[in-house]
Design a protein. Structure first.
Length: 192
């Protein structure tokens, strides 16, 4: 595994609305490369009959019922299952970008540490948002799923719970994790 020696590629994963996109854009500039938002591949994933059920999985749920009946461990397992279903397509597209030789910063919630450690020939970081108040503000500005204030509050709390699962995976697979994007940005800027 290459560890930030003449950093050319990096992945940024972590909780929703933690600042991954902004950090990936800044990192892409830092390395003179492109920002690759893997979420932008959702339409292609939806076209694939193998991955379509997982593209639609969360949106096909009644959100209030999902949050009220799904334990944090099961929510995490659903994210793991979705990520593993998407991974063959994501990995193939990452390989194509690497083949161009152009530096890139890849970001998505679906690049889970166990998948990255197994298959990516470069390192990455995990960005967590551990403040439900900060998350709520971000969800109000840019809703992900919850259309009401009540659902956005629940979503913010659940995403903070997800941070613990990401953190455990980061520690297990020896990836750096950060609780805010400023610390992560400072860390990455020192590694160029």
């Amino acid at each position: 595994m290459i560890f930030f020696v003449n950093m050319k590629y990096i992945f940024i994963t972590g909780t929703p609305n933690s600042g991954k996109s902004t950090l990936a854009k800044k990192t892409a500039e830092l390395i003179g490369g492109i920002h690759v938002d893997i979420d932008s591949w959702r339409e292609e994933l939806w076209q694939n009959k193998e991955t379509r059920p997982w593209v639609d999985f969360f949106s096909n749920q009644d959100e209030k019922e999902y949050w009220n009946t799904t334990a944090p461990e099961q929510d995490w397992q659903n994210l793991v299952n979705q990520s593993e279903a998407f991974w063959p397509v994501i990995l193939e597209k990452i390989k194509k970008i690497i083949a161009t030789g152009r530096p890139a910063a890849f970001e998505a919630v679906n690049i889970l540490p166990h998948l990255a450690k197994r298959d990516l020939p470069f390192d990455g970081i995990v960005l967590l948002n551990t403040s439900s108040d900060e998350l709520l503000e971000r969800l109000r500005a840019r809703p992900r799923w919850g259309a009401t204030e009540e659902l956005q509050k629940i979503e913010a709390l659940r995403f903070v719970e997800q941070a613990e699962f990401y953190k455990r995976e980061a520690e297990k697979y020896e990836y750096k994790f950060f609780n805010n994007s400023r610390e992560a940005e400072e860390y990455l800027s020192r590694l160029k």
